[in-house]
Design a protein around this ligand. Structure first.
Ligand code: NI
Length: 169
């Protein structure tokens, strides 16, 4: 089921999400909804708080669903290692229409549970490393705008507030 995506301004996006105590059928239903919602958006990653669920679950498919079977599901993910640096443009489904260049480590190794509750390790570079870090940020209540320098961040947030006032957000 496609769920509505929560936008910037909703407090669920700024609070750290809770760990999943056990991966159950209910968790798998949440994961399936997240994958469907991500592909429909379309996006390359989605964290549970973005559909209003404050749990540490995220899904990533950097192909955007163009190739089958590439979706990564992570429950309770944690960084094992982060190295290097990359500067690329980044966006977020909770901040539609607002992109900016964000500095991130070039490589990220993340450990978590998959949809069956089994431990997995994802070792990503480039776009995958960026997506992993963006989604794990969501689970800690951080959005990419929080990682921007003051002026760039203020410019985006000023535009968002204007949209909020106009009722177009
Ligand atoms: Ni995002």
């Amino acid at each position: 089921m496609i769920r509505p995506i929560v936008k910037y301004g909703d407090p669920v996006l700024t609070r750290p999400a809770a760990s999943v105590t056990e991966v159950t059928d209910e968790t798998r239903r949440l994961i399936d909804d997240m994958i469907e919602t991500m592909y429909a958006a379309p996006g390359i990653g989605l964290a549970a708080p973005q559909i209003g669920v404050a749990l540490r679950v995220c899904v990533i498919d950097i192909t955007g669903g163009r190739r089958g079977g590439e979706v990564i599901t992570l429950v309770n993910p944690e960084f094992v290692e982060r190295t290097g640096m990359q500067l690329e443009e980044e966006g977020c489904l909770s901040l539609p229409g607002h992109n900016a260049t964000v500095a991130r480590p070039e490589r990220a190794v993340v450990r978590g549970l998959d949809r069956n509750g089994l431990e997995i390790t994802i070792d990503g570079t480039g776009l995958l490393a960026r997506a992993l870090q963006h989604e794990l940020d969501h689970l800690d209540g951080t959005l990419f705008v929080n990682r921007l320098r003051g002026l760039t961040r203020d410019l985006i947030l000023r535009k968002v507030r204007k949209q909020q006032r106009a009722g177009t957000w």
